[in-house]
Design a protein around this ligand. Structure first.
Ligand code: PMP
Length: 382
């Protein structure tokens, strides 16, 4: 059955039974006390997850791309310029969004397998005034993890707002909004929160909210944070019908995150990432990003000679695991394996066992159990 496959694509990620159960409860009125409490709870927990005390959280029907659009349209005025730090596919999308609204941006593009150097950001900011700097935390096409904390540091004194696209990181990797000086973190439900797709999620600093208030009008209606703010403050009010079941599921997802504990959750992500990479290395694979840019949430894995992409992924699927192919010019050369959200250690072992079975089926020579034991050494170490 389809449902029995382990979903290790870069999102959606496996959905915990508690979240599925929350999703399946009867739909209630969007202005009922039940929904009001659930949305309030979810908003308050969301702020904790990004270490934000004073900003404003938003949970809105949509997906990550809506969150990208909202973050930009509410902080960038028509006459201003954004600076986009692009480490791949989703940095490029951010630039497309700016351009499609007739606005202006500079793009600093990283070399393949690397992130933009913080010094390059520093230089650019000293040359040109940018109202907003945006970076993807983990680019989902390349698997490159960018040094967003360093970027925030560099941007702090420039007067620019700093926005993180955390779609492939938030809730699985540290993002300390207040301490680092981040103005917007946005994500979507289906990645590290482990909730089915359907929500755009943002936390916006006081400074960024001030910026929105300073702009008389923006080219948006559904995406205008000022239309949503009264609802986030008092969910019994109406602006546009919220997806009550999905919000209930998201609330359950945030509960699971805080029950695990943020520090423990980040460490688990880091450890699972190291274990999976150790297994893949032992089996002869390598990684697209250079070592310092590897992400805790996602691996973009280069095939060794002798493995054909489609045959490999089809057999891996038959053995119970779904991974994604490469995007753009990486098609056929890499596969992408998510390891974020509520992934259990037994699921990791299942995936690695299925990987070895797959390699044997496609006729690839390797030392049996070498991947599993490399991972085990990390997962069982203290
Ligand atoms: N940013 C990043 C880093 C992403 O990984 C994605 C989705 N893969 C998006 C933005 C867009 O999100 P969505 O597909 O939910 O619109």
């Amino acid at each position: 059955m389809l449902q029995e496959k382990l979903l290790l694509i870069p999102g959606p990620t496996p959905v915990h039974p508690r979240i599925l159960n929350a999703l399946s409860q009867p739909t209630v009125s969007h202005v009922s006390p039940i929904h009001v409490d659930e949305l309030k709870e979810a908003l308050s927990k969301l702020k904790k997850i990004v270490f934000c005390e004073r900003g404003e959280p938003f949970i809105i029907a949509g997906a990550g791309t809506l969150a990208m659009e909202m973050a930009l349209l509410n902080t960038l005025a028509k006459s201003e310029k954004a600076l986009i730090l692009s480490q791949g596919y989703f940095g490029k999308r951010m630039a497309q969004i700016v351009q499609s609204f007739g606005m202006d941006c500079d793009v600093l593009e990283s070399e393949e397998a690397k992130a933009v150097e913080p010094e390059a950001l520093h230089t650019k900011l000293s040359q040109v005034k940018h109202a907003v700097v945006v970076s993807t935390h983990v680019d989902t096409a390349t698997g490159v993890c960018a040094p967003v904390r360093d970027y925030a540091e560099m941007t702090k004194d420039s007067g620019s707002l700093f926005i993180i696209d955390g779609v492939c990181a938030t809730g699985g990797m540290e993002e300390r909004m207040d301490e680092w000086g981040v103005d917007v973190v946005f994500t979507a439900a289906q990645k590290c929160f482990g909730v089915p797709p359907g929500l755009a999620v943002l936390v916006v600093s006081e400074r960024a909210m001030e910026k929105r208030r300073s702009m008389e009008s923006i080219p948006a209606y559904y995406s205008d944070l000022l239309n949503w703010l009264p609802i986030m403050k008092d969910p019994s009010k109406y602006f546009s019908t919220p997806c009550v079941n999905e919000i209930r599921a998201f609330n359950e997802g945030t509960k699971i995150i805080l029950e695990e504990g943020l520090e423990r959750r980040f460490l688990r992500h880091a450890r699972v990432a190291r274990a999976i990479r150790a297994a893949l290395l032992a089996l002869g694979f390598s990684f697209l990003p250079e070592d310092q840019y590897l992400a805790d949430t996602l691996s973009v894995v280069r095939y060794p000679d002798g493995i054909e992409d489609l045959a490999f992924r089809k057999t891996f699927f038959a053995n119970g695991v779904v991974v994604a192919g490469g995007l753009g010019n990486l098609t056929g050369k890499v596969f992408r394996m998510g390891h974020m959200g509520n992934l259990s250690i037994s699921q990791v072992y299942f995936a690695l066992d299925a990987l070895e079975k797959t390699l044997a089926s496609v006729g690839y020579a390797f030392e049996s159990k070498s991947g599993l034991s490399a991972a085990q050494a990390i997962l069982e170490s203290q």
